[in-house]
Write a protein that binds this ligand. Sequence first.
Ligand code: CA
Ligand code: CA
Length: 587
Amino acid sequence: MRLNSIGKPFAVSALALAVSSGAYAVTDEDILNDHTTADDVVSYGMGLQGQRYSALDTLNADNVKSLQPVWAFSFGSEKMRGQESQPLIKDGVMYITASYSRAYAIDAKTGEEIWQYDARLPDGIMPCCDVINRGGALYGDLFFFATLDAKLVALNKDTGKVVWIKPVADYKEGYAITAAPMIVKGKLITGVSGGEFGIVGKVEAYDPETGDKLWTRPTVEGHMGYVYEDGKAIENGISGGEAGKTWPGDMWKTGGAATWLGGTYDADTDTLFFGTGNPAPWNSHLRPGDNLFSSSRVALDPDDGSIKWHFQTTPNDGWDYDGVNELISFDYEENGGVVKAAATADRNGFFYVLDRTDGSFIRGFPFVDEVSWAEGLDENGRPIYTDGGRPGNPADAEGEKGEPVLARPAFLGGKNWMPMAYSQDTGLFYVPSNEWAMDIWNEPVSYKKGAAYLGAGFTIKPANEDFIGVLRAIDPKTGEEVWRHENRAPLWGGVMTTAGNLVFTGTPEGYLKAFDAQTGEELYRFNTGSGVVGTPITWEMDGEQYVSVASGWGGAVPLWGGEVAKVVKEFNQGGMLWTFKLPKEDS
Ligand code: CA
Ligand code: CA
């Protein structure tokens, strides 16, 4: 039991206190304090704020060259695609998900399997961007994750046995879930994927013990949110804005704004932060208006899902800039005071620093080499659109196809799903980014349930001959790029930073790499045998510091990448979990 809780007091559920049969139960305090405790990782983000920063420094810039693998674990079967997951670790047991909605518990000392769970998926699932899964959550004696047919699954963390399974949405309408759910104040919180199918995005809270729905918050303006009591929806006046205000006609009914990347939580302001994806369809001429709350960050009250504030990065998004990227809370000092900030690196190519107490814009700047669609941001952070930067209206063209434009970044984004990290030592964000452009044009389209709802065509191309990926160290106070590391293939894996002056990430070429956090010098590389698109973690066990990362090439790039796919077509798929530490004599 830890006594140094820094969270606000609230009732700890009976579940969290329940004595589990096998190992120790995971408590609200474990989760709230995750970023301060080195012996476990019990949240996606290595802390609910999502900083992905570890205070461990046993492994550091001086000795990382001696880092050695201690075991590797195969996810098994022929299902070797896109391993984008982040492991969790508790009491010497690692929990991880894999492609095709699979989950595992593994002995962290030996790499031996404790249990495996394979979701039985129906034939008709519609994942837009590969059959990936990004991770799970722990609470009480349960492990939770979500599936490609849009269900939440609760498993006994010690046995892998199913405790409950609940549908969050109908996969036949195009819903799926790939993000890690999160536990906040005793509630299990999830978003949904499906923005390419005209779904309605939402954030929902469930009772972890029973799977009962507690509240729902749709993320398209005009839809009501509800709190549930005894299984009944209570109309408690939690409006989601006025229907038809920022959407023409009935377009809000199929407006997209999928919450497909999951969220972060800031205990300091008691706020959930979720990003929302593209408005549907992609053809923006069919939906004049800002199309709230698409391509935005929304701040939610975790008790009832009501919206505290929103910040829209790409109003009337016409490029699938899909601003779902994680919003990371951090504090910094300025003019003798502490600024409660939050930062996000958007797919649209701009980096934003917001006041996390009210969502007001502090500053923003491009973090990629070139942004074509906007000339900059105004004093409120709203983009100043470039004349002619938007793909043309098919209604103005002869034939079916509107005037194409060359847009940069490409829709796969200046940064896509892969999480960045924030170092409390350097004050820098470490951003996995890509330099690419696209030809994009609009076409007529009408909504059909369960069918792709784009009204656009595109071809992605590299912006440079010799590199696409760029790992960047960015100063959120100035916008300065402090250092950069270029990579031939697009970067598609998450980032972690440590007090050992290290930054870790993976490459599609197969490497787990470590860099000097201050200078960007590459200090370590190990080839895992397939592309690394997972997110590394670090923790301490028996006085030694460990690093783990999933390996297995896949995700959206080989499926949607156009000319970029040629750069990566020789990469072999895989499905392994690697764990590293220093040899005893070096630590
Ligand atoms: Ca921890
Ligand atoms: Ca999208």
